[in-house]
Design a protein around this ligand. Structure first.
Ligand code: HEC
Length: 242
């Protein structure tokens, strides 16, 4: 497994990084921090799910600003990094802010849905938030970020060959639970840093992804029949390197 030292190909960010007195984090650490922020955002949406699904309430107060504050709080707990004043390199900070902004934009776009009275389940769930935030992040930065799974529901979440192999590896009982997987691979003669973090099924996931397999969940999609602790999928990031 070769990780080595690589350079992020993100023009403006590179300049920012070179001006920085300390380039503290290696690129793999930066990649890990991006994935942790995606996880934090998903957790914050999950923690507000019941409130979002409340049919009796119109204005939920779940604004992009509130969402952003909660993510910042959560991220500080998880990583000790304060996104308002992060002790990371400027290049890393820009990438983290790009993801935070992307997530806030998605929450902003969904305000009419979130605040709609008289409707319970609105389809605004962590997976959808994550997919849309990841797409925006990719547009802003050129770094491919996505959710993926061997049993993917959303067509855009289909694993590529590399992701397929790593998802199978995550299912291997000998693979250390929760460990991120890194590799630099060559694509069309150019190196890419690939990093994936596994996502496991928790009790809260079972109502949609659990048993009985094939039965429809609240979103109208077929349950996978997963059990608590199964690998549900992964968050995957691709960084072009040179
Ligand atoms: C309310 C139902 C619901 C719950 C609860 C839920 N999911 Fe999902 N999940 C979905 C739907 C629907 C999609 C496809 C969403 C999309 O991209 O639009 C999805 C997609 C995913 C994906 C991306 C791969 C794919 O299938 O496209 C992963 C990974 C995932 N869920 C993991 C989890 C985990 C882990 C939990 C618990 C922590 C969880 N989900 C809880 C409904 C749910």
């Amino acid at each position: 497994m070769k990780t080595g030292h690589v350079t992020l190909v993100v023009g403006a960010l590179l300049v920012a990084a070179m001006n920085a007195p300390v380039w503290a984090a290696t690129e793999t650490e930066t990649a890990e921090l991006i994935l942790k922020l995606m996880q934090a955002g998903r957790s914050v949406v999950a923690a507000h799910q019941e409130m979002i699904n409340d049919s009796r309430k119109a204005d939920k107060g779940f604004t992009p600003e509130i969402f952003g504050d909660r993510v910042i709080q959560r991220y500080r707990q998880d990583t000790n990094i304060d996104l308002r004043n992060p002790n990371v390199s400027p290049g890393t900070a820009k990438l983290l802010w790009a993801l935070l902004d992307s997530g806030k934009e998605v929450v902003g776009e969904f305000q009419p849905v979130i605040n709609k009275p008289g409707v319970g389940f609105k389809g605004f769930i962590p997976a959808k938030w994550g997919r849309m935030a990841a797409d925006k992040f990719t547009q802003k930065t050129g770094l491919r970020l996505k959710l993926t799974s061997l049993n993917y529901r959303w067509p855009g979440n289909r694993p590529d060959d590399f992701e397929m192999d790593v998802l199978k590896l995550f299912q291997d009982p000998n693979y250390p639970k929760g460990k991120d997987y890194f590799k630099t691979i060559m694509v069309d003669g150019r190196p890419q840093l690939r990093i994936m973090t596994p996502e496991y099924v928790k009790p809260a996931c079972l109502q949609c992804h659990g048993e009985p397999k094939g039965e429809k969940d609240i979103t109208g999609m077929k349950k996978e029949g997963y059990k608590d602790g199964d690998v549900a999928g992964a968050i995957s990031l691709t960084v072009p390197v040179r």
